[in-house]
Design a protein around this ligand. Structure first.
Ligand code: NAI
Ligand code: MG
Length: 360
């Protein structure tokens, strides 16, 4: 039987990136072997802060061309002491998301059995929401400058401009409504700070109101970001899809994953929905220098990102198998120290593989 081969570029990056990606690859290879219908051909790239130390670049100058023909990118994390964070982030991760027009960043907030949430409501309600992040413009458009009129040290001026286009707002808002239609609770909350930021965010609000009218079957509401951060804690049970600009969604998704129990649990998909470029799948967390190299980081965010990648590649059955295996693992109490457990990264990966069952 001919098997479909998915060509994946793996970029472990820095710190725990390599540890969590290794776990995720094991799980992905396992479900592929079990299905017998497809396989992964991995090409690993050693780009990141060590590469920067050798070459002065986070990735080679032709890196984007190298990545272009892969079916997807599986990414760890980037950032390490010694390289300024804005250099490492823009040099690798944002270089890829921006140039491959991965304008939709989907960040599920996953509450898992056996994981104690700091949120009491999580005991009473089945919580399940997704942050949809505008991933191409907004506050991370990279527009601005420093020392604009040669004022010099001690008198510097910096401007950081947020960019909002009607096109950019409309496509992410539409994406959020379409996504909500696929979920059990059909509801979209749009988040801005349009009372204080009267240009870009008012444009966003207006586009949201207009697009919402085309989705009468989906509930919609506009919420200010400060109120939404309180709502995540106080009334999370009526959230489903939360759509927000680049910075606001970045912050809200970290808050969401902390409420779910740990930053180490949260998966993420950077999608180019038109599929003109490969999409990129990565855990939400960073390189965690404080625990890197000790074999104790939580691989679940990376493993769950692998499930999002499978979904994108059209293998939703196997994606669901991985999700179920993660749930069985946490329910059985196989937890890394960030979740109050004593399991190692390898033990969690092994438990997920065991829950998937053997390859026949
Ligand atoms: P971080 O996410 O690396 O760590 C924050 C806290 O969460 C730390 O206490 C860490 O130990 C913990 N943590 C993170 N991932 C974990 C995991 N898998 N298992 C258990 N605990 C985990 O964020 P931080 O410390 O602000 O940044 C460290 C570096 O990572 C910086 O250089 C930063 O720029 C970079 N970074 C990169 C991101 C990316 O590549 N997407 C995202 C966020 C930060
Ligand atoms: Mg973040």
């Amino acid at each position: 039987l001919p098997t479909k081969k998915f060509r994946i570029a793996a970029i472990p990056g820095d710190g725990v990136g390599g540890e969590v990606l290794a776990a995720g690859r094991q799980v992905l290879d396992h479900v592929a072997a079990q299905s017998g219908a497809f396989s992964f051909e991995w090409t690993e790239f050693d780009w990141g802060s060590a590469y920067f130390g050798r070459t002065g670049l986070m990735m080679p100058a032709d890196g984007l061309e190298i990545l272009r023909d892969f079916d997807a990118i599986y990414f760890g994390a980037v950032g390490w002491p010694g390289v300024p964070d804005h250099v490492s982030l823009w040099g690798l991760r944002l270089n890829i998301t921006q140039n491959f027009d991965q304008w939709a960043n989907v960040r599920p907030v996953t509450f898992l059995p056996g994981v104690r949430s700091p949120l009491r409501k999580a005991d009473e309600h089945a919580l399940d929401w997704v942050v949809v992040r505008e991933n191409s413009e907004g506050e991370y458009a990279g527009l601005g400058g420093r020392n604009l009129s040669g004022r010099g040290p001690g008198n510097e001026v910096a401007v950081q401009t947020a960019l909002f286009t009607e096109h950019g707002c409309e496509r992410i808002i539409r994406f959020a409504f379409d996504f909500a239609r696929t979920r059990p609770v059909k509801r979209v909350a749009s988040v801005t700070k349009s009372n204080a930021q009267q240009y870009g965010m008012v444009l966003w609000d207006e586009v949201f109101q207009r697009v919402a009218q085309e989705y009468p079957d989906v509930d919609s509401e506009s919420v200010l970001v400060d109120a939404m951060s309180a709502r995540f804690v106080l009334r999370p049970e009526d959230l489903s899809v939360v759509v927000a600009s680049n910075l606001n969604a970045d912050i809200l998704s970290d808050l969401g994953s902390a409420l779910a129990g740990s930053l180490g649990l949260a998966p993420s998909a950077n999608l180019n929905p038109e599929r003109r470029f490969p999409s990129m799948f990565e855990p939400v967390h960073g390189s965690a220098p404080d625990i890197a190299g000790r074999g104790i980081c939580n691989p679940i965010g990376a493993i769950a990102s692998g499930a999002l990648m499978l979904d994108h590649l059209g293998r939703s059955t196997e994606a669901r198998q991985i999700t179920r295996a993660i749930e069985q693992t946490t329910a059985a109490g196989v937890l890394t120290p960030d979740l109050g457990g004593t399991a190692t990264t390898d033990q969690v990966a092994k438990a997920v593989l065991d829950a998937l069952g053997s390859v026949v």
